[in-house]
Design a protein around this ligand. Structure first.
Ligand code: AMP
Length: 449
């Protein structure tokens, strides 16, 4: 299958050639013809599947087929993304794909001055890539008029909901024209709220799904190492030291935790940087560039900051803290195993995080192998019941429960350090119950960033 046979114009195919894209990915193969036909689209695709090109290429083609001089403040297409990193990434891709097309674009997001964004909007662009909050600010200040939007893309819709953007999205949708608008919604997971948006704001959407819902790429190997919280740093260092050139993206639950871990790794001699919502835009870009060019070996990130990180061939993702929301595991792991390359997803799981691991396994409908590492074994068994999770809020330190005395099937405290490691021990059963909606829609104040 070639890009030309999907119906894409020669100028676009030339741009893809220059990027080394030889053939469409499955989501591109399925979505592009539908979008070119003008259909609304509900696409189940996670980061790493080539989803950006799946909406950007037909969008560029549509706009350049009916060229018009960009009107001041009045874009023709709007791409909404949950974070500035993703907005920047999408915009960069868009510009590369539109290299030979007459389609102008700009990107707007919060955390930076409004002046240059206002100026770009005033000059006029065809495509606007934006995060919801800043977009509304510009509309309210009359820098932006959404009444002529022909195409709307909601990228990573599930993440926008997780971040509490549902009211903002509803407001934005209400500002758009309904007649003749094409709406494309991309999401890794489909909670009821997303289906509701699709039902209310889309016109008979075609549906494509490239991976089973809530599944992660098959080329990724998942492992969980049971370890006490206060031994996680040492274990991480042990795992990294096994191959000092191998880069890893490491997730922590809090910004503070990301800083602390990155500083500690630096002191231990590992070139490391942290990326999270409290860092300035330039600090984030610097950290990401350092990681991309290999100067940084370990990038420590929080969930939200990591959105949009696009690094080819990232071999290893480490969950230093398990995500509070099981869906975030899918997003985190989407950073590795891209486009058919193999990847490893390692989770360091303290006994208190057992319920979180159980939630992840239920969501994935897949067991994750538990592998104690000799010398770093957890001092007690993982607790897979929900009671501790219910008692805990994102950002709170894990609680230390009473030490159960060697239950049958539990990990033995003090397993001899001489055992070769790592060695598969057992898998924790996932119970098989569909666990969608667990944890629900986290409000903005509860973001685990
Ligand atoms: P995305 O899922 O949009 O974040 O894309 C993941 C990565 O795949 C990005 O680095 C893209 O540049 C790359 N990519 C997208 N489509 C293709 C393709 N057809 N062939 C090769 N690489 C691609």
């Amino acid at each position: 299958m070639s890009f030309t046979s999907l119906g894409l114009a020669p100028g676009i195919v030339r741009a893809l050639d220059a990027l080394g894209y030889q053939s469409p990915t499955p989501i591109q193969e399925r979505a592009i013809p539908l979008v070119l036909e003008g259909r609304d689209l509900l696409a189940g695709a996670q980061t790493g599947t080539g989803k950006t090109a799946a909406f950007a290429l037909p969008l560029i083609q549509r706009l350049s087929a009916a060229p018009a001089r960009p009107l001041s403040r009045t874009p023709r297409a709007l791409i909404l993304t949950p974070t500035r990193e993703l907005a920047l990434q999408v915009h960069e891709n868009l510009r590369e794909y539109a290299r030979h097309a007459r389609v102008s674009s700009t990107v707007i997001f919060g955390g930076v001055g409004m002046g240059p964004q206002t100026e770009a909007l005033r000059r006029g662009v065809d495509v606007l890539v934006a995060t919801p909050g800043r977009l509304i600010d510009h509309v309210e200040q009359r820098h932006l008029d959404l009444s002529r939007i022909e195409v709307l893309v909601l990228d990573e819709a599930d993440r926008m909901l997780d971040m509490g953007f549902l009211p903002a999205i509803r407001r934005i949708l209400a500002m758009l024209p309904t007649q003749g608008r094409q709406t494309l919604l991309f999401s890794a997971t489909f909670a009821q709220e997303i289906k509701d948006i699709a039902h209310r704001f889309m016109r008979d959407p075609a549906e494509v799904q490239v991976t089973p819902q809530n599944s992660v790429v098959a080329t990724i190997e998942h492992r969980a190492h049971p370890v006490d919280t206060d031994r996680k740093r040492d274990l991480l260092l042990h795992l990294i030291a096994a191959d000092s050139r191998r880069q890893a993206l490491v997730f922590t639950r809090t910004k503070h935790g990301a800083n602390r871990l990155s500083d500690w790794l630096e002191k231990a001699g590992v070139r490391s940087a942290a990326i999270h919502g409290n860092k300035s835009q330039s600090a984030r870009v610097k950290a990401l560039d350092g990681f991309k060019d290999g100067g940084v070996t370990v990038l420590v990130a929080t969930d939200i900051a990591a959105r949009g990180i696009d690094i080819d061939q990232l071999p290893l993702v480490v969950n230093f803290d398990l995500p509070t929301l099981a869906e975030d595991y899918v997003h985190r792991i989407g950073r590795t195993g891209r486009n058919g390359s193999t990847g490893e997803a390692i989770s360091l799981v303290s006994p208190e995080e057992g319920p979180l691991l159980r939630d992840i396994q239920r969501l994935l409908k897949q067991d994750i192998t538990l592998m104690p590492i000799a010398g770093y074994e957890a001092s007690r068994a993982l607790q897979m019941d929900a009671s501790l999770k219910a008692a805990r809020r994102p950002g709170q330190p894990p609680q230390r429960g009473p030490r159960p005395a060697g239950k049958p099937g539990s990990q033995r405290p003090g397993t001899p350090a001489s055992r070769p490691a790592p060695k598969p021990a057992r898998s924790a059963g996932h119970g098989g119950k569909d666990h969608r909606g667990q944890g629900g829609n986290r409000g903005r104040g509860q973001q685990a960033v």
